[in-house]
Design a binder for this molecule. Structure first.
Ligand code: OOG
Length: 260
């Protein structure tokens, strides 16, 4: 990105601060506390910070939706959907390990993921969105707000790439209805959150349509091979050091990760 300065906000400078915070696992102050950060500018910051990842060799791998369930909106005190960008550097292979030492105060949440077989954009008719899905899987997302106490306004969290830190997906299954799939999040063998994918906008396919619309408005077409994380079905749970996590989705198998 070249022209990243708008009005009083220095988009490139803010992107650098947030990117450095994510890399070093250090907290930074909330931009909206001191600057009139609005939602469109916050997405510019998010994009500029993601471009820094790309410049280091990370590859775009998809998008994530946030605040798609009432439980999440209530937990975080916000009232709108957000989206963020995923890279291959954030993906943890199933059964792999996550370096918790590099994170500020990680949380984890159970999700469902879509694998795209065809592109979708803001213009894709809603009836065609399901046809673009090549696979579905159980997934988790590790969130790590770079802000103190995991507290933020909507523009703050958007600038911070929707708190994205890491994610994992289980084995892909052929596209099937996942409008009411049971999800269990276990930490060290104990169920710590349970929910249904129906909590995700009534049907996670709506999340996929929203992802296409929101990313499309920012000039990004969702590409074949990309992963879309539909958003959490439950509130996020603190992720303790050395935890072993398993997320089970009914009919979708499981995905595991160990924190080291
Ligand atoms: C923002 C990200 C929320 C979800 O699934 O709702 C999110 C946050 O809560 O820190 O990814």
């Amino acid at each position: 990105m070249n022209d990243t300065s708008t009005g009083p906000i220095d988009v490139a400078a803010l992107a650098e601060i947030l990117d450095d915070a994510a890399r070093s696992g250090r907290m930074v102050s909330r931009p909206a506390d001191t600057t009139p950060l609005d939602v469109p500018t916050a997405y510019q910051v998010q994009r500029a910070a993601f471009e820094r990842r790309r410049a280091r060799g990370e590859r775009p791998l998809g998008v994530k939706l946030g605040f798609t369930s009432k439980a999440k909106m209530a937990q975080m005190g916000v009232d709108d959907l957000i989206w963020g960008l995923l890279s291959d550097g954030m993906l943890i292979e199933d059964g792999g390990t996550l370096d918790g030492g590099g994170l500020v105060h990680p949380r984890i949440e159970p999700e469902v993921a879509f694998l795209l077989g065809r592109p979708i954009s803001a213009d894709t008719p809603p009836t065609q969105v399901a046809a673009a899905v090549a696979g579905v899987a159980v997934a988790y997302e590790v969130l790590d707000s770079r802000y103190q106490d995991f507290r933020f306004t909507l523009p703050d969290v958007i600038a911070d790439n929707a708190s994205a830190a890491a994610f994992g997906v289980g084995p892909w299954h052929p596209p099937a209805g996942i409008a009411n799939t049971g999800l269990i999040l276990e930490i060290d063998g104990r169920a710590v959150a349970t929910g249904s994918s129906a909590a995700i906008l009534g049907d996670p396919l709506r999340s996929l349509a929203a992802a296409a619309r929101l990313a499309g408005a920012a000039g990004i077409e969702l590409e074949p091979g990309w992963i879309v994380l539909a958003g959490a079905a439950t509130a996020a749970v603190p992720l303790p050091p050395k935890a072993h996590v398993r997320v089970v989705g009914s009919g979708l198998g499981q995905v595991e990760v160990t924190v080291r």
